[in-house]
Design a protein around this ligand. Structure first.
Ligand SMILES: Nc1ncnc2c1ncn2[C@@H]1O[C@H](COP(=O)(O)OP(=O)(O)OP(=O)(O)O)[C@@H](O)[C@H]1O
Ligand SMILES: [Mg+2]
Length: 315
C-alpha cells in the first residue's frame, strides 16, 4: 500500500483550468503527502487522448482528469483505446462548469479533496457506453435534450422546474418538431415521436438535471428515459407532472433498462455524448460492462454494491 502511494499518477488537466491557485495548492499538498503526481496540460481538443497514450506507454497506472465533462469524456475515450490489461484507472478533479458526471457520482468538488480522493480512494470497475467508435461514461441525451444541453440549459430547467407556459411559447416560436424514429432494444421496440431521449450510464446531465435517477455505473445496464412528443399546454403539464416522478410507463414518460439500445430515425437526430454534440440518423448504444476502473470514495451512491477496494497496482 505504502509502495503504491509513491508510484506515479498523471493529472491531465484542461489548460483553461491549469493555473487556478487552488489547483496548484492541491497538487503541492498531495506531493508533500508523498504522492508522485505529475501534471500534463492540454492546449486544445485532442491533446488529452494523446497524453493518455503517452502516460500509458510510460507505465502510469492512474490518470486523473482535471476539467469538466468534456475533458473526462476525452480521457475516457483515450483510456478505452488501450487494452484492458494496460488501461490505467481514472480519477477526476472536477473543474468544469457543470461537472455532471462528478456530481452524479458524488465526488468531492473542492480541488484538494478531489485529488485526495482520486489518489487515496478506492477503485471500482464501472461500465462504459459505446456509440460507434465513441465512448461516453455519463449520458447521451437526444432530441430536445441535446438542443438544450448544448444551447440553452435554462430551457430544460424550466421544463423540469415547471415553467410550462414560457417553455410552450418558446417551443412554438422555434416551430418545434418531434423527432421521428424507432427505438429498439433486446426486449422491445417503440415507434413514437420523441421529444427527449436520455441514455444514462450515470444519472444526470445538462447541469444537474436528474434524467436517470436510478442509474448505476456497474449494473451492466443503461437507464433510458423516453419522453414522447406533446403538442398542447395541457399535455405539457402532464409531461411535467410525469417528469417529477419518472414513471416506468407513463402517458408521455417511459423508462427502460437495457444493455443495448438502437435508434433509427427519419432524419438527423441531435445527440449529445457527455455534453459533446453530434447529429446522427441512426445509432446503437452498447455497454462495455465494468471496462474501466474509477478512483472514488468508498461510499459512492452510483454503485450497485457498496464496498470498494483500495487501489492496488496490478503489475
Ligand atoms: N487549453 C484549452 N483551452 C480551451 N479548451 C480546451 C483546452 N484544452 C482542451 N480544451 C477543450 O475543451 C473542451 C471542454 O472542456 P471541459 O469539459 O474540461 O470544460 P467545460 O466544458 O467548461 O466543462 P463542463 O462540460 O463540465 O461544463 C474539451 O473537450 C477540450 O476539447
Ligand atoms: Mg448502469
Amino acid at each position: 500500500m505504502a509502495d503504491s502511494l509513491t508510484k506515479t499518477a498523471h493529472l491531465i488537466i484542461n489548460g483553461k483550468a491549469a493555473q487556478l491557485p487552488e489547483v496548484r495548492e492541491a497538487v503541492t499538498a498531495m506531493r508533500e503527502d508523498g504522492h508522485d503526481l505529475q501534471v500534463r496540460v492540454t492546449w486544445e481538443g485532442g491533446d488529452a487522448i494523446r497524453l493518455v497514450h503517452e502516460a500509458s506507454r510510460q507505465g502510469v497506472r492512474r490518470i486523473i482528469a482535471g476539467g469538466g465533462d468534456g475533458s473526462v469524456n476525452e480521457i475516457v475515450n483515450g483510456l478505452m483505446e488501450l487494452d484492458e490489461a494496460q488501461r490505467p484507472a481514472l480519477g477526476i478533479l472536477p473543474l468544469g462548469s457543470a461537472n455532471d458526471f462528478a456530481n452524479g457520482v458524488g465526488l468531492p468538488l473542492e480541488p484538494h479533496e478531489a485529488l485526495k480522493s482520486a489518489l487515496q480512494g478506492t477503485t471500482r470497475a464501472v461500465d462504459v457506453a459505446r456509440l460507434g467508435d465513441d465512448y461516453f461514461i455519463n449520458m447521451a441525451s437526444g432530441g430536445f435534450g441535446a438542443e438544450i444541453t448544448t444551447s440553452t440549459p435554462v430551457a430544460l430547467k424550466r421544463l423540469l422546474g415547471g415553467g410550462a407556459y414560457s417553455l410552450m411559447g418558446m417551443l412554438k416560436a422555434w416551430r418545434y418538431q418531434p423527432y421521428l424514429g424507432r427505438l429498439r432494444w433486446p426486449e422491445g421496440e417503440l415507434d413514437t415521436p420523441l421529444f427527449l431521449l436520455a441514455i444514462g450510464n450515470g444519472c444526470q446531465a445538462g447541469g444537474g438535471q436528474s434524467l436517470a435517477p436510478e442509474a448505476k455505473l456497474d449494473d451492466g445496464l443503461l437507464d433510458v428515459l423516453i419522453v414522447r412528443h406533446f403538442s398542447s399546454l395541457g399535455e405539457m403539464r402532464q409531461v411535467i407532472a410525469e417528469m417529477d416522478r419518472i414513471p416506468e410507463d407513463g402517458e408521455f414518460v417511459r423508462t427502460i433498462r437495457t444493455p443495448e439500445l438502437s435508434f433509427h430515425g427519419d432524419g438527423a437526430f441531435p445527440l449529445n455524448l457527455d455534453g459533446e454534440p453530434r447529429r446522427l440518423d441512426s445509432f446503437t448504444v452498447k455497454l462495455e460492462p465494468r471496462a474501466l476502473r474509477l478512483l472514488m470514495p468508498a461510499d459512492c451512491r452510483l454503485l450497485s454494491s457498496p464496498a470498494g477496494a483500495p487501489f492496488e497496482f496490478s503489475e
